[in-house]
Design a protein around this ligand. Structure first.
Ligand code: FDA
Length: 311
């Protein structure tokens, strides 16, 4: 219930204005967002790389309603990739990017899917030139079919294009079975959006069980599973399944969010597993932050205290 109300907050324009301009929230934002500028994002990438972690960068922004905003968002990704390449951070896919289809225009009134596919293709071409990859994020359940269609279409030119599956959706085990193919990069997460019960599992326990089932399919398959969770139990299950499937350490990776369990990220990387950190940057951080607050009540209390603070 609390999670649903919080996720509804992410759609309120008034709250967005109030919270985005409150001076007291900067500390909370800084925990989850690497900064507003490309310079800050590059610096965060360098720090993480020095700690032995891989990176995927997300330029914040979603639900674009103007074609020119979608084009500008894609241009920003391309500039960021070129910047990272100049700094020697992209080789071998060490730092890649994650892209939201609705930021690329998926929800535009006219030709949304075609526009988003075109912009993602431009980003893929820049990533290829820089020696790295792109992963397409998954957003709310109404975008899943279009997102998977875009990824399938672009894979004929960019075979290493990654996608995301959310275990809270009832369809996801079937999607995993279709995607567990040679060369396919599939990020498995629990899912961060609000979805009705006919399409999504309503309880945490069901979502976790579905995650374990999806994991089994991906690990037994022939692609590169990207295990995006901070849940210690699922991380253990994933490691055990990788061993069972005889997977070498470079045939899968763990992924975690910037600011969530940084010590756990380093511990896992020190144990010899590949760990990639999802690093968001940019000024349009409101919806991303609300999803992070919804994941953990303790975050919300921290945030409310910051809002109430007058110092
Ligand atoms: P769970 O929520 O059960 O948390 C397990 C433990 O992790 C918690 O007990 C807590 O200790 C810690 N934790 C988790 N979230 C925290 C937070 N916000 N603050 C502090 N501690 C926290 N979703 C989506 O719908 N589409 C997508 O494309 C992506 N992409 C994505 C990429 C990567 C790399 C990650 C790690 C996650 C995503 N997600 C996502 C988000 C994902 O769906 C999910 O909402 C979060 O990862 C939280 O779920 P956990 O699996 O960590 O489990």
């Amino acid at each position: 219930m609390l999670r649903r109300s919080l996720l509804a907050m992410s759609e309120s324009a008034r709250l967005r204005r109030l919270i985005s301009t409150a001076p007291y929230t900067a500390g909370v934002v800084a925990r989850f967002v690497a900064g507003e500028t490309a310079v800050e994002a590059e610096a965060a990438t360098e720090r993480l790389r020095a700690d032995g972690l891989l990176v995927t960068l997300d330029h914040l922004g979603e639900d674009t309603t103007q074609p020119e905003h979608a084009a500008a968002a894609a241009d920003e990704y391309i500039r960021m990739i070129e910047r990272l390449a100049r700094a020697g951070l992209t080789g071998g896919g060490c730092a890649e990017v994650s892209v939201k289809p609705t930021a690329m225009g998926l929800r535009l009134a006219a030709q949304g899917e075609k526009t988003a596919a075109g912009h993602i293709a431009r980003i893929c071409a820049a990533a290829r030139a820089a020696g790295t990859t792109v992963t397409v994020d998954m957003e709310d359940h109404e975008t899943v079919d279009a997102t998977l269609r875009i990824v399938a279409e672009l894979r004929s030119d960019f075979a290493d294009l990654g996608c995301v599956i959310q275990s809270y959706l009832r369809r996801s085990e079937r999607d995993c079975a279709q995607l567990a193919q040679p060369g396919y990069r599939v990020r498995l997460c629990k899912g961060a959006y609000s979805a009705p019960e006919d399409v999504a599992y309503p309880t945490r326990q069901q979502v976790d069980r579905s995650y374990a089932r999806c994991l089994r399919v991906l690990m037994a398959g022939h692609g590169l599973p990207m295990i995006a969770t901070h849940d210690p139990r699922l991380i253990k299950i994933a490691a055990a399944q990788a061993t069972l499937a005889g997977r070498p350490a470079d045939s899968y990776e763990f992924q975690m969010l910037y600011g969530v369990s940084p010590a756990g990220q380093r511990r896992l990387a020190d144990s010899g597993t590949q760990v990639r950190v999802y690093v968001p940057y940019g000024s349009d951080w409101y919806s991303y932050l609300v999803r992070r607050l919804a994941e953990r009540p303790a975050n919300l209390m921290f945030f409310l205290r910051a809002l109430a603070s007058r110092r």
